[in-house]
Design a protein around this ligand. Structure first.
Ligand code: ZN
Length: 115
């Protein structure tokens, strides 16, 4: 399961930060990822809550910001934010001459609230 390995890398990163900054408890973990990054939010939250007992993050809340999908349509000749997870078709004109500008960002640690 992809999300489980993401959570493991995340916890390793947080461990490194804890060693560097000297905190021992995490209250909130804020993450972001692109709309079409392939991260499944529910699966990520599930993996997180199953992995954190006994770690620095035990009891911590997880927030995940989904960054919108932005495409450039060469038929409309403009940039469009799409809530549709399909990056291959323009939501306005239905054209397929589109280029994805953003939305495929990998999972990132945005903020940690720690004690
Ligand atoms: Zn279009």
């Amino acid at each position: 399961m992809h999300e489980l390995s993401l959570v493991h890398s995340l916890l390793e990163l947080i461990d490194e930060q804890a060693a560097e900054h000297g905190f021992s408890r995490v209250n909130l973990v804020k993450l972001s990822c692109g709309r079409i990054s392939g991260v499944e939010p529910q699966a990520l939250k599930f993996a997180f809550s199953n992995t954190i007992p006994g770690t620095l993050c035990a009891g911590a809340r997880l927030e995940l910001d989904i960054l919108p999908l932005k495409i450039h349509c060469f038929d409309c000749d403009r940039e469009i934010y799409s809530n549709n997870a399909d990056p291959t078709t323009c939501p306005d004109c239905g054209g397929s001459r589109v280029m994805v500008c953003s939305g495929f960002e990998e999972l990132q640690l945005v903020e940690l609230d720690v004690d």
